[in-house]
Design a protein. Sequence first.
Length: 148
Amino acid sequence: MGVMRVLLQRVCRASVTVRGDRVAEIGRGFLALVGVGHGDTPATAAKLAAKTVKLRVFEDDDRLMNRALGDVGGEVLAVSQFTLYADTRKGNRPSFTDAAPPDVGEELYEAYVEALRVAGVPVQTGIFGAHMNVELVNDGPVTILLGS
């Protein structure tokens, strides 16, 4: 059974391009790669969105990681990422059987995005199921895996 995963990368900027068209772009904030597993619910998505909003990993005036997204006027670029569920224990070809089916994955990915928006965070998104080119400048680097 999978558990919803959100891989946050603190960025100076990030963007998503699909078939040569830039579909999303943010400045300072998080690139959030969102993976949904079996058994996840809208409550799981809301819990991880709240954690994303409150996570204090942006530097204060003393260069300590003490500020949250809202404290720094940060944005989120959310990208669906079922490959966070890659199981590589057997062989060299990953299995993704722990990832939720696409319809459930899309529903809960959208629930995560909506919960961020309700919390007042500006959110841009990739296109669910599309082949995307994601560009980012990781600030730090700081990369944190959230799991429900």
